[in-house]
Design a protein. Structure first.
Length: 77
């Protein structure tokens, strides 16, 4: 059985943004969110859809903290 070779970028972006907006818990930690960021950035750049991101809470966005990886990515307009 062959797998599908295309995927809707918007649906992957929506999934990634939901994961990145989660509060910290036993599964969702800095490493988890960092992995989501790397994955979605790669998809967005490779498909020419990277439109930047904003922090969920700009007052909690110090580099390499949980808040730093709590972000929402956007498609290029």
């Amino acid at each position: 059985m062959k797998g599908r070779k295309t995927v809707d970028v918007q649906s992957i972006l929506d999934y990634a943004n939901r994961q990145l907006a989660q509060k910290e818990n036993e599964i969702v930690n800095i490493s988890f969110k960092e992995g989501i960021c790397v994955m979605i950035q790669r998809i967005l750049f490779d498909t020419g859809n990277y439109g930047g991101f904003f922090f969920v809470d700009s007052n909690d966005s110090e580099i390499n903290t949980f808040g730093y990886f709590s972000r929402i990515y956007q498609l290029k307009k």
